[in-house]
Design a protein around this ligand. Structure first.
Ligand SMILES: Nc1ncnc2c1ncn2[C@@H]1O[C@H](COP(=O)(O)OP(=O)(O)OP(=O)(O)O)[C@@H](O)[C@H]1O
Ligand SMILES: [Mg+2]
Length: 246
């Protein structure tokens, strides 16, 4: 089993999906949500994933994030075929390579905003360290939460929690960030701050982003737009930003 992770950020696709199919079975009823999705994300691509409500965007993100298995097809992350990884292998790959912004944020309500952002660093190291505080604080400031750094999560609004989740997903500088509606609950200013943070991570750290959004305006600011239609991927709509990213 090949479970080592390539560290080179410049060679080969960060993500390669081949014929990914997902069927949910409920008694006699089989619903085919994804019908053979093939997609490659190159290093430092910022890609929007769009599609109607119920089209399978979260299902696909969960499969890419190794939280759910495809019915058929393969998911390769950083050159690693994830098909035969065991739980430990999946967890290692996820912690080393992926950042995830969930549609429901999955924050730890007993911790403050800043402590939540530090969690992935603590997981990577094995313990929570005060040394990570400035970095967590800087990310929260970048998404407009400078005044809420020490606030308990339960006291934050939905949009504030969403921005904490964004900061948490970026703190490790993962190679691939999967973001499910990261600006869904945000006003224009907060959405712009989140998108600017993604762009900066993408430009300065060559991070790759797959961003689910219903916001056509936001999608148009990505390098490329892919759309799920009837379980298949309609791909390739390149935006003006693709050439200018240099
Ligand atoms: N665990 C499950 N069991 C059965 N059906 C499921 C399951 N998860 C998702 N589905 C179905 O798969 C379809 C796609 O769901 P999914 O959550 O991926 O859609 P989505 O594109 O993310 O929608 P939205 O934009 O509303 O978030 C839906 O019809 C949903 O009912
Ligand atoms: Mg969804």
């Amino acid at each position: 089993m090949n479970d080592h992770v390539q560290d080179d950020r410049t060679i080969g696709p960060v993500l390669a999906l081949d014929g990914v199919t997902k069927e949910f079975v409920d008694g006699q009823v089989v619903s085919k949500v994804l019908r053979g999705i093939t997609l490659a994300l190159e290093p430092a691509e910022l890609v929007a994933l769009i599609g109607r409500s119920g089209s399978g965007k979260s299902t696909l993100l969960n499969i890419i994030g190794l939280l759910d298995a495809p019915t058929r097809g393969t998911v390769r992350i950083g050159g690693v075929d994830t098909t035969h990884l065991d739980d430990a292998g999946r967890t290692t790959l996820r912690n080393r390579t992926l950042g995830f912004v969930f549609q429901s944020h999955h924050l730890i309500t007993a911790l403050t905003a800043e402590e939540n952002v530090r969690v992935p660093l603590a997981i990577a190291r094995g313990w929570m360290s005060e040394k990570d505080k400035p970095r967590a604080r800087a990310l929260l400031e970048a998404v407009g939460l400078g005044a809420k750094v020490d606030a308990p999560i339960r006291t934050l609004s939905g949009g504030e929690q969403q921005r904490v989740a964004v900061a948490r997903a970026l703190v490790n500088e993962p190679r691939l960030v999967l973001a499910d509606e990261p600006t869904g609950n945000l006003d224009t200013e907060a959405a712009d701050q989140v998108f600017a943070l993604f762009r900066r991570a993408h430009r300065e750290r060559s991070m790759t982003f797959l961003i689910v959004t219903h916001d056509r305006g936001l999608a148009a600011r990505c390098d490329r737009i892919v759309e799920i239609v009837d379980g298949a991927l309609v791909s390739g709509e390149r935006t003006d930003h693709a050439e200018s990213r240099g």
